[in-house]
Design a protein around this ligand. Structure first.
Ligand code: SAM
Length: 456
């Protein structure tokens, strides 16, 4: 039985009268945006719970939010709010599972479990201490808290670590009072990770503190086919976003990666062509080896919701069955990969194998991209992510590579659409072709461009 709420610790309630007033106003604040509001659970006669639609947040690399929004909309979810670095959406848990299983560009999916209106750091402790944390995770499970500020919050509060510490204390004290023991913190690979997002409410002294649970654990960008890391591989969800930004038409186009490295662009293009969910390797682990591949599969908040658990099993089985048939039946000769080094080609082969993709459908050759010619007639796209002097190769040496590559495209790839993904503004100027489109991306903190060249 839940104990009567204890009085807030004195240590955390030394507010000025103005802070007290603002906190009172904050507590009585009822207005939430349509997308970001608190979930409410109704207990059905059979003991199951029906939740009003909950709020979720899918994160993604900066500048690809519009692709993520489209993916979410295409799954039938309509209550969507695009933010920097992700998309908030309101839906049933089972619809959020569709996002988690099928989004190619999302990095993680979070479920919002609480929103507090606060005026100071201390409010986090006072408010969070009253929450039913044992409904979210168990005392023997480990946890971790990451705090994120928006720009205005950064200007107001000195550091985010204090927020993480106060929330950690609130959770630990709440468990200790109920069970006499507290869960441990694990900053490496915890059972549950909370994201505390603190944002200023427009035009006021109040802040929203949103507590979200990371449903994924391992990021969705780690598809599970990558083992060796060559230098500078693209993250899988960024590679998918790049392909989704091009006009690649899988039903007619050849797909050539002229500097394939570890094969990320090729593999993501093949998964798009086969319409295989990007989580299929994780789902195989889950179904074949019973590995809890997503963190939410271990969390009480999800496990008690029997309807969502059943629907997840069905969705996982559907992803599994489709991935087996779609990849087995995929017969195409449209994918080509080149690289200068044998090591890169070996890595691509290993990754294709791990991804259960038939090596027959990809033609791999050790060639110099500045000298290659097309393997077949257009239409098709010719894409590459050349070294850009940031992490591999020196800028000086690379100028000729960009220049010669541009010349080769100009002379030998007429009728194709070419794309170059690079972060180096100086190097890309050495390609003496006019760009027909430019798209901005971020590879981690590196600002990059995807440049399109129409070759006539
Ligand atoms: C940035 S890495 C590509 C990474 C790749 N997109 C991935 O995700 O693994 C650049 C690749 O270009 C290759 N490369 C450099 N010069 C080349 C050339 N002239 N012809 C073909 N490949 C080249 C390098 O060997 C390297 O594997």
């Amino acid at each position: 039985m839940a104990k009567t709420a204890p009085k807030p610790d004195r240590k955390y309630s030394d507010r000025t009268p103005r802070e007290e007033r603002l906190a009172r106003e904050a507590r009585s604040e009822k207005k939430y945006s349509d997308v970001k509001s608190n979930p409410r659970a109704k207990i059905n006669p059979d003991g199951t719970k029906t939740y009003d639609q909950s709020t979720f947040f899918a994160s993604c690399p900066r500048e690809v939010e519009h692709l993520l929004e489209k993916e979410i909309r295409d799954l039938g979810i309509t209550r969507i709010e695009v933010e920097k670095g992700g998309v908030a959406f309101k839906c049933e848990t089972e619809e959020a599972l569709d996002v988690l299983l099928n989004s190619r560009v999302a990095s993680r999916v979070f479920k919002e479990i609480q929103v507090y209106t606060i005026t100071s750091e201390k409010d986090i402790y006072t408010m969070a201490k009253e929450k039913w944390w044992d409904k979210i995770f168990e005392v023997h499970q480990t946890f971790k808290i990451n705090t994120l500020f928006d720009r205005e919050t950064k200007e107001h509060f000195s550091n985010s670590i204090i927020f993480s510490q106060l929330l950690k204390d609130a959770i630990a004290d709440n468990f200790r009072e109920k069970f006499g023991e507290r869960p441990s913190v694990d900053t490496g690979r915890p059972d549950i990770t909370f994201l505390l997002r603190v944002e200023r409410k427009p035009g006021s002294d109040l802040f929203n503190a949103r507590i979200l649970v990371d449903m994924c654990g391992e990021p969705l960008s780690n598809r599970g086919y990558r083992e060796e890391s060559l230098k500078a591989p693209l993250r899988e969800n960024l590679a998918a976003a790049i392909i989704m930004t091009t006009d690649f038409d899988p039903s007619v186009d050849l797909f050539t990666d002229t500097m394939c490295g570890s094969g990320t662009l090729l593999i993501e293009a093949i998964l798009i062509r086969a319409k295989v969910a990007p989580t299929y390797l994780k789902i195989r682990q889950y179904i074949e080896k019973k590995v809890p591949v997503f963190d939410f599969l271990k969390h009480p908040w999800f496990i008690v919701d029997r309807k969502s658990v059943r629907l997840f099993e069905e969705k996982a089985q559907a992803v599994y069955n489709h991935s087996l048939t779609a990849l087995n039946e995929l017969q195409t000769r449209q994918f080509f990969g080149f690289d200068l080094t044998e090591r890169a080609l070996e890595t691509t082969r290993a990754h294709l194998y791990n991804a259960h993709i038939d090596p027959q459908i990809v033609t791999l050759n050790k060639r110099d991209a500045t000298k290659i010619t097309p393997m077949d007639e257009p239409p098709g796209i010719v894409i590459c992510n050349p070294p850009y002097g940031e992490r591999m190769g020196e800028e000086e040496e690379l100028k000729n590579l960009y220049k010669d590559y541009g010349e080769n495209l100009k002379h030998n790839f007429k009728g194709f659409r070419a794309y170059v993904f690079t972060s180096n503004p100086l190097l890309r100027k050495h390609i003496s072709l006019g760009t027909s489109k430019r798209f901005t991306f971020y590879n981690g903190s590196l600002e990059c461009r995807l440049l399109k060249y129409d070759l006539y």
